[in-house]
Design a binder for this molecule. Structure first.
Ligand SMILES: NC(=O)C1=CN([C@@H]2O[C@H](COP(=O)(O)OP(=O)(O)OC[C@H]3O[C@@H](n4cnc5c(N)ncnc54)[C@H](OP(=O)(O)O)[C@@H]3O)[C@@H](O)[C@H]2O)C=CC1
Ligand SMILES: Nc1nc(O)c(N)c(N[C@@H]2O[C@H](COP(=O)(O)O)[C@@H](O)[C@H]2O)n1
Length: 287
């Protein structure tokens, strides 16, 4: 089992992403907001989209949050460190606006072992990417304050410019407010009020995102699971890593499993299952 003091990503991740420990250097020189293309990261065979890792933590009864969306720390210390290793290995980290507003997350790598103070490198930080059709994201969020303090990357908000004149003026003023706070707003096609996942992935790849870690919440997990290439013929998720914690949440908790249609979920093959502290982490590859 991996220890907290190791300074290489755990073997479960290297195996799942087909990377060798010598190539998968999680540290790089952090030069402000610049991208670091020399870093090795999982890549898709289809170069029009990023490699997509869907990952989240759940209870034994498949809940990812408590009553009314109350944020739960389901992962124990060891599996949380594992999630932070995974963050260093991806160019971008994606959540839905529900999670951004509810959890006010940082999406950084602060649980990893400290690097020597003389070391010129830092852990790679993934670009925060938030799906937010109506621009509800708050300029007072930790993601914005970390960016402004120079300890986080500039957040990208993925939205969809409304076609009606009435909605457009409100959207424009929200966009200006976000941009004034340092946030980048990216316009992507939406259908039925939801950002289209295949179009989103193409857009992100064109903006230099080679690998994307999708963390949730419930609606985002459902969308990525069920958009697995049915419309485009190419898959939208490459790997799925689920942490299961030894707790029950009960019926009031938030789950992602209601209304899932199994024929819409991609075929997967099991890669590895490992124990991290008291949790189990399972990795699957979409085939
Ligand atoms: N245990 C874990 O690992 C994790 C748990 N969570 C928990 O999940 C909960 C939040 O989940 P939830 O409320 O479902 O919110 P989500 O984070 O899944 O965000 C959903 C929102 O994203 C926007 N959106 C835009 N495009 C899409 C799309 N294509 N598919 C889905 N959503 C889209 C929609 O808002 P709009 O229409 O305004 O754009 C939608 O309401 C929180 O309680 C959080 O704590 C979150 C992450 C991980
Ligand atoms: N891996 C994992 N385990 C849990 O128990 C969780 N609740 C989550 N949640 C995700 O992590 C975000 C919080 O990130 P920061 O600690 O603020 O960096 C949260 O918003 C979810 O996306 N993940």
């Amino acid at each position: 089992m991996e220890t907290e003091t190791s300074n290489q990503p755990p073997s479960l991740l290297l195996t799942t992403f087909n990377l060798s420990s010598s190539s998968a250097n999680p540290v790089s020189i952090y030069r402000g907001d610049e991208s670091e293309h020399e870093r090795v990261t999982p890549t898709s065979k289809d170069d029009s989209k990023p490699y997509v890792t869907l990952t989240f933590a759940q209870s034994l009864d498949a809940k990812i949050a408590g009553q009314n969306g109350k944020q739960l720390i389901l992962s124990g210390k060891e599996s949380m460190v594992m999630t932070h290793w995974m963050r260093t290995m991806h160019d971008g980290i994606l959540i839905g606006i529900g999670t951004a507003l509810n959890d006010n997350p940082q999406l950084n790598t602060r649980h990893l072992p400290a690097l020597p103070s003389t070391f010129p490198h830092r852990y790679h930080l993934p670009r925060p990417i938030i799906l937010d059709t109506h621009l509800r994201f708050s300029v007072d969020s930790k993601l914005v304050s970390n960016y402004r303090a120079g300890i986080g990357r500039r957040p990208w908000i993925i939205s969809s410019r409304p076609s009606s004149e009435n909605e457009l003026s409100e959207w424009n003023s929200k966009q200006q407010r976000l941009q004034a706070a340092g946030v980048t707003v990216v316009d992507v096609e939406s259908k039925g009020g939801q950002i289209q996942i295949p179009a989103l992935l193409q857009k992100l790849r064109s903006l230099g995102i080679r690998s994307l870690m999708v963390e949730g919440g419930a609606q985002i997990i459902k969308s990525f699971l069920t958009h697995a290439g049915l419309e485009t013929g190419s898959k939208c998720v490459d790997a799925i890593l689920v942490t299961t914690a030894p707790v029950f949440v009960g019926n009031d908790g938030v789950g992602y499993g209601q209304d899932l249609i199994v024929s819409q979920i991609p075929s997967t093959e099991h890669v590895l299952t490992e124990v991290f502290g008291r949790d189990v982490m399972m990795s699957l590859r979409v085939v």
